[in-house]
Design a protein around this ligand. Structure first.
Ligand code: NAD
Ligand code: TYD
Length: 351
């Protein structure tokens, strides 16, 4: 079937993997990638597919409602996969307004544009919103987030994502807009901006720079390889039940300090250093304000109803990821110049 699918945030980390997957897998679909190209958006992530006839890039801000309306009509959009967001918790602590603007108002602008463009016939239309497990808050030592876990966000980032999820459900319940939501755990893999734990630490190990561990390194995150997230998005977009929510995760919990030691071991080995030598770079710094202790996703619904499972074991995924950053020093150098240096000095001047 011919479809015109708008993917927002397609120049970012996860979005670029989703765009590449769909452009290659569905030559009959026209994929329109809409991205504002903030510091986190990088067209170099898309070089493998940029010349494909079924791909179009549009530089735009999701908050610019009039322009979004025009784009819905210009490209006859019939499906949306919405990933555009401000995504880094530490930035949200410094500048919460940018998060409310893009994550809440931007999502509302897309929802309203979709509703107005599709109102005469919601059949065959779909608005799929990509969210995070962080909306559920923080777990103690036991238990998992399921789709019915009450929302309890603690950071400005997770509060803004929770708010956008509520707007999506409100548009479904109030106007009948065909919507889907998925909430995924922490992603890792190629093309992640090196402000997030894994690429930041790989880069710092390579450059013999301090590794700033927040608090005592006891917080737990549940890690999923980004291509498995992209596969899950493809599955849910095509087979998800309208109005439903799906949790995505790989049952792969790691305490930060244990994950960091594994990254050090593998990176040292690949760099020809003595394994564990870079542990001397570990520097415990002041904890993140409002730092959630533990995230853990139960993705049984997605497995039982839609048959999705992660394809990659963590040991393989982390080594593949570290190799990718070591082999793509140019990509890292490009994104870690200029504005990044300023951000880095500002954020990590305490270690
Ligand atoms: P990212 O920060 O790498 O990319 C975000 C993209 O959105 C960038 O390309 C940026 O230019 C674009 N963007 C930002 N503001 C925009 C605006 N106003 N208009 C248009 N484009 C804009 O983020 P990511 O890690 O790829 O996350 C993508 C989505 O997945 C987000 O919605 C995030 O909440 C969600 N998510 C992320 C993770 C994770 O571990 N990274 C986990 C679960 C869910
Ligand atoms: P991050 O990659 O920012 O993802 P999120 O906060 O969305 O889970 O951080 C992952 C974990 O690593 C989180 O518990 C915070 C911690 N962390 C550090 O200890 N040091 C750092 O420099 C960063 C960026 C994160």
């Amino acid at each position: 079937m011919k479809r015109n699918i708008l993917i927002t945030g397609g120049a970012g980390f996860i979005g670029s993997h989703v765009v590449c997957l769909l452009v290659n897998k569905y030559p009959d679909y026209h994929i329109i990638n809409l991205d504002k190209l903030t510091y986190a958006g990088n067209l170099a992530n898309l070089k493998d597919i940029e010349a494909k006839p079924n791909y179009t890039f549009v530089k735009a801000d999701i908050c610019d409602f009039e322009n979004i309306q025009n784009l819905f009509s210009k490209y006859a959009i019939d499906g949306v996969i919405h990933l555009a967001a401000e995504s880094h918790v530490d930035r949200s602590i410094k500048d919460p307004f940018a998060f409310a603007q893009t994550n809440v108002m931007g999502t509302l602008s897309l929802l309203q544009a979709a509703k107005l463009a599709w109102q005469n016939d919601f059949n065959t239309k779909l608005f799929y919103h990509i969210s995070t497990d962080e909306v559920y808050g923080s777990l103690g030592n036991e238990g998992f987030f399921v789709e019915t876990t009450p929302y309890d966000p603690h950071s400005p980032y997770s509060a803004s994502k929770a708010s956008s999820d509520h707007f999506v459900r409100a548009f479904h319940d109030t106007y009948g807009l065909p919507t889907l939501i998925s909430n995924c755990s922490n992603n890792y893999g190629p093309y992640q901006f090196p402000e997030k734990l894994i690429p930041l630490f790989i880069n710092n190990i390579c450059n013999n720079k301090a590794l700033p561990v927040y608090g005592k390194g006891q917080n737990v995150r549940d890690w999923l390889y980004v291509i498995d997230h992209a596969r899950a998005i493809d599955t849910i977009f095509h087979n998800g039940k309208i109005g439903d929510t799906y949790n995505i995760g790989g049952f792969n919990e790691w305490k930060n300090i244990d994950l960091i030691k594994i990254m050090i071991k593998v990176t040292d080995r690949l760099l020809g250093r003595k394994e564990g030598e870079s542990e001397k770079l570990i520097t415990y710094v002041t904890d993140r304000a409002g730092h959630d202790l533990r995230y853990a996703i139960d993705s049984s619904k997605l497995k039982n109803e839609l048959g999705w499972e992660p394809s990659l074991q963590f040991e393989e995924g982390i080594e593949k990821t570290i190799r990718w950053y070591l082999d793509n020093q140019n990509w890292l150098d490009n994104v870690t110049s200029g504005a990044y240096q300023e951000y880095y000095n500002n954020m990590y001047n305490n270690c």
